[in-house]
Design a protein around this ligand. Structure first.
Ligand code: NAD
Ligand code: LMR
Length: 353
């Protein structure tokens, strides 16, 4: 009887529409040779539904690709090196996840990475515009609060911007919130349900502890401490790594979870919800992290911000002007980048001699 039951459930699982669809994806990791890129690629490789895992970096990727290709999972691993191969890397991808760019050093704020990383985001957005405008494009690269507006502006300039397909990955803030709150409550972090809204830097990260399930019943001082720890957790890692970069392994874990959610939603699974930083009309900030229901074509539904307490409403009011300013800076960066491109690309061919 038990065997029959198991066979039946296996048959149902293997013939459900989601299982049939979920076997043919291409995922591209840009920055795949980095501290995040390598473990992220390893975790994404676990997904049996991937037909091609494309690894892109400015450095040679052959060794890493050969290594990953020996894992006993279906699908192939391909490599692409340098800007000239970026379009080929993203071409045909269902999901492009970007972990390319500089990490923080102790004493730095994320904003200070814009000068180094803004161009990376703009280049990826340009390549996606040309080679794969329908892909789901998800950035890990910091500063998220500016990088996503930059990418959006480049996609807009190329006439292919779809707000439902562009994401800044803030999953690590949720992962951390679950872990710290779960530990404080003596509960399995996996069973903690918490929404983190806003952005991805300092006080723009707003975990809504009042909406936590199961409820967190700590005193006001404990709540304040927990919120502060979640907001400063990135800096905690940067300090602990003492000059050797920022979070890589926990970010790879969080990034792989987000990519997996995107793929499950593309495959038709209902009710897939993740927090992410996206173009949004929920608040006065043009880009905002909130809970999103994912679907076949990206964001299916923007979930309402849950009912907040007074302290959370005050915190939200404080972070919105920062996000608006960050968005302006990101857009401004993109406009300057595009202007520079116009100058370097000849508008007319030189006349024949
Ligand atoms: N969103 C988040 O929650 C979160 C968490 C952790 C780190 N980050 C950010 O992720 C980024 C990467 O961090 P890391 O620790 O992996 O850095 P890293 O220096 O270890 O790796 C970066 C990789 O990007 C590659 N690269 C650089 N420019 C490139 C380009 N133009 N095209 C393709 N590849 C390029 C590098 O060669 C390197 O392999 C940083 O900006 C960091 O701040 C974000
Ligand atoms: O803190 C950083 O610079 C990296 C990342 O944004 C993080 O939150 O760990």
């Amino acid at each position: 009887m038990m065997l029959l039951g198991r066979l039946k459930s296996q048959l149902v699982a293997s013939t459900s529409p989601w299982r049939l669809l979920a076997r043919n994806y291409k995922v591209t990791v840009v920055g795949a040779g980095g501290g995040i890129g390598q473990p992220l690629s390893l975790l994404i490789r676990q997904n049996a539904g991937i037909r091609e895992l494309a690894l892109h970096d400015i450095n040679e990727m052959k060794g890493i690709a050969t290594d990953l290709s020996h894992i006993s999972k279906p699908g192939r691993v391909t490599t692409f090196v340098g800007e000239s191969q970026l379009e080929a890397a993203v071409s045909g991808a269902n999901v492009v996840v970007v972990a390319a760019g500089m990490p923080r050093l102790p004493g730095m704020e994320r904003d200070q990475l814009m000068a180094a990383n803004g161009g990376v985001a703009a280049k990826v957005a340009s390549a996606v515009s040309v080679a794969c405008p329908g892909t789901l494009l998800a950035f890990i690269t910091n500063p998220i609060n500016m990088i996503v507006p930059t990418a959006a502006e480049v996609l807009k300039a190329n006439g292919v911007f779809n707000p439902r397909r562009l994401f800044g990955i803030t999953t690590l803030d949720v992962v951390r919130a679950k872990k710290f709150i779960g530990t404080a409550m003596g509960k399995d972090p996996g069973n903690v349900d918490i929404t983190v809204i806003g952005g991805h830097a300092g006080i723009t990260i707003l975990p809504l502890l009042s909406t936590c399930k199961p409820p967190y019943l700590g005193e006001a001082k404990e709540i304040e401490k927990l919120i502060h720890r979640i907001q400063e957790a990135g800096t905690e890692v940067v300090k602990a790594k003492a000059g050797n970069g920022s979070a890589t392994l926990s970010m790879a874990y969080a990034g792989a979870q987000f990519v997996d959610s995107l793929l499950r939603a593309i495959g038709g699974q209902e009710g897939v919800v993740e927090c992410a930083f996206v173009a949004s009309e929920l608040t006065e900030a043009p880009f905002f992290a909130s809970s999103l229901e994912l679907g076949r074509y990206g964001i299916k539904r923007y979930l309402e911000i849950p009912q907040m307490n007074e302290l959370e409403m005050e915190a939200l009011a404080k972070l919105l002007p920062i996000l608006r300013k960050n968005a302006e800076e990101g857009i401004d960066f993109a406009r300057k980048y595009l202007k520079q491109l116009e100058k370097t690309v000849p508008t007319a061919l030189p006349e024949a001699q």
